[in-house]
Write a protein that binds this ligand. Structure first.
Ligand SMILES: *[C@@H]1O[C@H](CO)[C@@H](O)[C@H](O)[C@H]1NC(C)=O
Ligand SMILES: *[C@@H]1O[C@H](CO)[C@@H](O)[C@H](O)[C@H]1NC(C)=O
Length: 337
């Protein structure tokens, strides 16, 4: 018994020593997060945080494939397109796209002017991918106007949508005179845009971009806000002048320059602000549009008023379809301004 007790004691002693040795060994070889923090390790952890992308960080530049594409969309007999419309939509927005095709997205709405329309979309959430793929392919077979790019289609990836749209333009439509970036929740008057803002018969405006211009805007610093901008991603207290996201139009040559400069510094997810940052880098200022022609606040439809503006934000597809027949009637009786 005594002997056993002695053996037991020895056993406990040995296992304690062995255990301690084992712990030491573990401490030496275990991955960083299992080890106590030494100053060196602490700085390693800091490095890891710096290297690990912020959730709002964009993976750009990176080559995203065009999954549904129309390389010859811009090849029209004769002239290069006067206006390329890049309409930002999401994969599931089938009904919205249809309403846009039947209203302001109609390519033949402005006589004598070549307009080309592409809907830019990313990938649906994996859960719906299978179902949507068949639907999108069918829609595209019928209309031939989808440009699907291989990144997840989320609000925070909107910057990728415009940049990859411009990549498409650079590759397949580099001679378009003007490029319009437009969201899918607007009313648009292409005729006024073409004839009163872009002037097909006037001189080509090279470093030209216009829309509703935000000046002296500040980054949103309240976490959880739709446009929250963490200081780690953008540290300055002011944004440069920029054209509001729902719709802005730029010359083809400026679009190409924006794309080039966008490869050279860190992209941020607020798409319109990012285009503003590119403009600042290029030393280009947005050109003011004719007063009250790009409206960011909803306006009730009025035949004559809507004939004298370019864009009104916040229009649903049903409303578009509803007002369109009236909008297409002559505006001859409207007072001239
Ligand atoms: C587009 O506009 C033209 C000319 O106004 C018209 O003939 C055509 O039906 C329209 N297309 C669609 C899809 O609404
Ligand atoms: C943006 O798209 C990339 C590529 O598909 C994806 O990995 C990432 O999660 C998306 N980012 C956001 C913020 O949705």
């Amino acid at each position: 018994m005594k002997l056993m007790k002695g053996n037991l004691m020895l056993g406990v002693l040995l296992s304690t020593v062995f255990g301690a040795l084992l712990m030491l060994l573990l401490a030496w070889t275990a991955p960083a997060h299992l080890r106590p923090l030494s100053p060196r390790i602490f700085s390693k952890k800091f490095e890891w945080q710096v290297q690990t992308p912020h959730p709002l960080d964009l993976k750009y530049p990176q080559s995203y494939p065009f999954l549904i594409n129309h390389p010859d969309k811009c090849e029209s007999p004769g002239d290069a397109p006067f206006l390329l419309m890049l309409v930002m939509t999401q994969p599931q927005d089938t009904g919205i796209r249809q309403a846009i095709r039947q209203t302001w997205g109609n390519e033949t709405l402005v006589p004598g002017v070549v307009i080309r329309r592409l809907f830019v979309l990313g990938l649906p959430q994996p859960l719906f991918a299978q179902e949507l793929r068949a639907l999108l392919e069918e829609e595209d077979r019928e209309h031939g106007d989808l440009l699907q790019v291989g990144f997840l289609d989320t609000y925070h990836n909107l910057t990728l949508k415009i940049l990859t749209g411009l990549e498409w333009m650079a590759q397949y439509c580099p001679t378009a005179h003007y490029v319009l970036k437009v969201d899918n929740d607007v009313f648009l008057n292409p005729s006024f845009l073409v004839h009163q803002v872009l002037w097909p018969n006037g001189p080509r405006q090279l470093d030209f971009i216009t829309g509703y211009i935000y000046r002296d805007a500040r980054p949103e610093r309240r976490p959880g806000h739709k446009w929250y901008m963490p200081p780690e991603l953008y540290s300055q207290n002011e944004y440069p002048d920029y054209c509001a996201g729902p719709g802005y139009v730029m010359s083809g040559s400026l679009a190409l320059r924006i794309l080039t400069i966008a490869q050279r510094f860190k992209a941020i997810y607020v798409e319109d602000v990012f285009v503003g940052l590119c403009l600042k880098q290029l030393g280009v200022k947005p050109t003011p549009a004719p007063p009250n022609t790009f409206l960011m606040l909803r306006r009730k439809y009025n035949h004559c008023a809507f004939h004298r503006l370019v864009l009104v934000h916040h229009f649903q597809p049903q409303e578009l379809l509803q007002i369109w027949p009236d909008f297409l009637t002559s505006n001859g009786a409207c007072p001239s301004v």
